[in-house]
Design a protein around this ligand. Structure first.
Ligand code: PEP
Ligand code: MG
Length: 581
C-alpha cells in the first residue's frame, strides 16, 4: 500500500483498477525537405491545422451540448493556439529556412512555448501548457498520419492515472467508465480539476509521482475530498473507503435537496455562505451548488492569463458577466492581488528577496495607479449590473485604505462626469491578512463597510511560515492558538461596530473547522464552489449555542495539538458521517 498526497480537486471517493494514460507523443519524421517539396510541405501543414481546427470545434460543440457552454469555452484556448498567425508563420518560415518537415518544425515551436509556460510561476499559465501540448499532439497526429488513442473507448470502469489530461480527453471521458482521476500535475484551477468537478468525477491532482508509482491494473483509490490517492490499499483501508464512499453518495443525495435551502444554523442564525471564484469556468459550479454569492473574486487570474494588460473594456465585460449571472446575490470583487507568488512579467512586478513581504496586493495598486484606476473604472461600471462590493488585499493599516478609497472617489467622479451609470453606493471591505491589520482592526473597522479574513496569508504572517513551502507545511497550522486569537480579536472588534466579518481563506472551506468559525462569531464564509453543500450541511445541523461553546473552549487551549484534538473529537461525535473513524 502507498498513500500519495496531492490537491483535493473534485470531491468523492473513487475505487477501481488503475488505467495509466501515457502522455503519448506522436513520432515525427526528421530528415531534409528538398527545395522543390517545400510548397507541398507547407500545404500539408496548413491542411493539418485546418483538420485540427475542425476537430476541436466539433469537440467544443459536443462539450457544449453534453456539459454546458462554460465548460466548452475551455477549448477556446486551443482554437486560439491553432489560429495563432505567429505560430503558423514561424512554422512556415522554419520549413523554408531549415528545410525540415512540417511536423519537426511545429513540434519544436510548440514544445518551446509549452516549456516557457510550464516554467512560469502562475498556476494559470502552467494550465495553458496542457492546451499547447494537446494541440501539438493533435496537429502532429495529422501530419504523421498516426491515429490518436482516446479514452472514449475505455472498456472497463477504471481509475485514470496520468501526468495530466488535456481538456479534449477530459471532455471525452466516458463518465460511467471513469471511477476517479489521479494526476501528477495540475492545481485547483487547472483544466483537469475544473472539468472533473463539472463532471462529478472524484479527483486528486498535483500528486507528483502517481504515474511512476502506479501499475496498470493495480487496485487504487482516490479521496477527492481529502486530496489523497492510495495505491494497492490494504483490506482495512479499502473497507474504510468503501464505507466512506457509501456515506458520501448518501450525502450527495441530500446535497441536491440543499441547493435552495438557506445557510442558517439549527437555531436560526444566518451564516452567509458564498463561493470563491478565480476563473469564469467556475461560475456554473457556483450556481449549481447554491452559493449565496461570491465572497472572493480573485481578479488577478484575469491578468495572469494573458500577455498584456487587459483593457478596461475586457475587464468590464468579464466582471459584468459574473455580476449579472449572480444578481441579485452579492459579488465581492477583490482588486488586483499580485506580488508574493503571483507574477506576470508584463506587469513589471519586481524581483524581490522576500516577495511575500514586498510589493504585494494593495501596495502594488497604490504604486501603479494607472493599472489600479483602469481596474476601478471597470469594477465601478460593473456595479450598475448587479450587487457589487469591493475589497482590498493585503491592507496593513488605515492609511492605505484611505488612499485606496480616495482613488476610488476620483475615478467615480470622472465616470460620473462621463455620464456612466454606477451603483450609488459600493461597500468597501478590507482583507485581514496581516498581524498589523489584526492589531489595528478597530481603526480599520471604523471606516470599512465589511471585513474578510484571508486566513491563507494571515496564518503565514502570524506564524511566520511560508504558505508555499512544503518542507514546513506541518507547522502551517490553522488551529494554532495565535491564529484563533487573531480571528477572535477581529470578530469582536467587528461585532462592536455591527460590521459583517467573513473568512475567505481555505480554512473556511475545511469542514472540520466550520463549527469553530461559526462559534467564533464569523458571519460569512466563502469557500470553493464544490464545498458549499458540505459546509451548508454542517452549518444547518449545529446550533449557534453549541458552536460558541466549542469556540470558547478552544480559545482556552494552549497548543495546536490540544485544539485539534478537541475539534476533531467534537466533530467526529457530531458528524460521524464526515469525520467518524
Ligand atoms: C487569503 O490569503 O486567505 C486569501 C483568500 O487570499 P489569497 O489566497 O488569494 O492570497
Ligand atoms: Mg491573501
Amino acid at each position: 500500500m502507498k498513500a500519495l498526497h496531492g490537491i483535493a480537486a473534485s470531491p468523492g471517493i473513487g475505487i477501481g483498477p488503475v488505467h495509466i494514460v501515457d502522455p503519448e507523443e506522436v513520432d515525427v519524421r526528421d530528415g531534409d525537405v528538398r527545395p522543390e517539396d517545400v510548397p507541398a510541405e507547407e500545404k500539408r501543414f496548413r491542411c493539418a491545422i485546418e483538420r485540427s481546427l475542425a476537430e476541436v470545434r466539433s469537440l467544443r460543440e459536443k462539450i457544449a451540448l453534453d456539459t454546458g457552454e462554460e465548460e466548452a469555452k475551455i477549448l477556446d484556448a486551443q482554437v486560439a493556439i491553432l489560429e495563432d498567425p505567429e505560430v503558423t508563420s514561424q512554422t512556415l518560415q522554419a520549413i523554408e529556412r531549415d528545410r525540415k518537415p512540417a511536423g519537426f518544425c511545429y513540434r519544436k515551436i510548440l514544445s518551446a512555448a509549452a516549456a516557457r509556460l510550464e516554467e512560469s510561476d502562475g498556476e494559470y499559465y502552467r494550465g495553458r501548457a496542457v492546451d499547447v501540448r494537446d494541440v501539438r499532439r493533435r496537429v502532429l497526429a495529422h501530419l504523421g498520419g498516426v491515429k490518436q488513442r482516446s479514452l472514449a473507448d475505455l472498456a472497463t470502469p477504471s481509475l485514470i492515472v496520468a501526468s495530466d489530461l488535456p481538456p479534449s480527453e477530459m471532455a471525452l471521458l466516458p463518465r460511467d467508465k471513469v471511477v476517479g482521476l489521479a494526476t501528477d500535475l495540475g492545481g485547483r484551477t487547472s483544466h483537469t480539476a475544473i472539468m472533473a468537478r463539472a463532471r462529478g468525477i472524484p479527483a486528486v491532482v498535483g500528486l507528483k509521482e502517481a504515474v511512476r508509482a502506479a501499475g496498470e491494473g493495480m487496485l487504487a483509490l482516490v479521496d477527492g475530498s481529502r486530496g489523497v490517492a492510495i495505491l494497492d490499499p490494504d483490506p482495512e483501508t479499502l473497507a474504510e473507503h468503501h464505507l466512506r464512499q457509501r456515506r458520501y453518495e448518501e450525502l450527495k443525495q441530500n446535497f441536491a435537496t440543499l441547493k435552495d435551502q438557506k445557510s442558517v444554523t439549527a437555531d436560526g442564525r444566518p451564516v452567509g455562505l458564498g463561493a470563491n471564484l478565480e476563473v469564469p469556468e467556475e461560475l456554473p459550479g457556483i450556481l449549481a451548488n447554491g452559493a449565496e454569492g461570491i465572497g472572493l473574486y480573485r481578479t488577478e487570474f484575469f491578468y495572469l492569463s494573458r500577455q498584456t494588460l487587459p483593457t478596461e473594456e475586457a475587464q468590464f465585460q468579464a466582471y459584468r458577466t459574473i455580476v449579472e449571472a449572480m444578481a441579485p446575490r452579492p459579488v465581492i470583487i477583490r482588486t488586483l492581488d499580485v506580488g508574493g507568488d503571483k507574477f506576470a512579467s508584463y506587469l513589471g512586478t519586481p524581483i524581490e528577496r522576500n516577495p511575500f513581504l514586498g510589493l504585494r496586493g494593495l501596495r502594488f495598486s497604490l504604486q501603479r495607479q494607472e493599472i489600479f484606476r483602469t481596474q476601478l473604472r471597470a469594477i465601478l461600471r460593473a456595479t450598475a449590473h448587479g450587487n457589487v462590493k469591493m475589497m482590498f488585499p493585503m491592507v496593513v493599516g488605515l492609511e492605505e485604505f484611505r488612499r485606496a478609497r480616495a482613488v476610488i472617489e476620483r475615478v467615480r467622479a470622472q465616470l460620473a462626469q462621463e455620464g456612466i451609470a454606477m451603483a450609488r453606493r459600493v461597500p468597501l471591505g478590507v482583507m485581514i491578512e496581516t498581524p498589523a491589520s489584526v492589531f489595528g482592526i478597530d481603526l480599520l473597522a471604523s471606516e470599512a463597510d465589511f471585513v474578510s479574513v484571508g486566513t491563507n496569508d494571515l496564518i503565514q504572517y502570524t506564524l511566520a511560515v511560508d504558505r508555499g513551502n512544503a518542507a514546513i507545511s506541518s507547522i502551517y497550522e490553522p488551529l494554532h492558538p495565535s491564529v484563533l486569537r487573531a480571528i477572535h480579536i477581529v470578530v469582536e472588534a467587528c461585532r462592536r461596530r455591527g460590521l459583517p466579518v467573513g473568512v475567505c481563506g481555505e480554512m473556511a472551506g475545511e469542514p472540520l473547522y466550520a463549527v469553530l468559525l461559526v462559534g467564533l462569531g464569523v458571519t460569512d464564509l466563502s469557500v470553493s464552489p464544490y464545498l458549499v453543500p458540505e459546509i451548508k450541511t454542517i452549518i444547518r445541523a449545529c446550533t449557534y449555542d453549541e458552536a460558541t461553546h466549542l469556540a470558547q473552549r478552544c480559545l482556552t487551549l494552549a497548543t495546536p495539538a490540544d485544539v485539534r484534538h478537541v475539534v476533531t473529537e467534537y466533530m467526529s461525535r457530531r458528524f460521524p458521517e464526515y469525520f467518524g473513524a
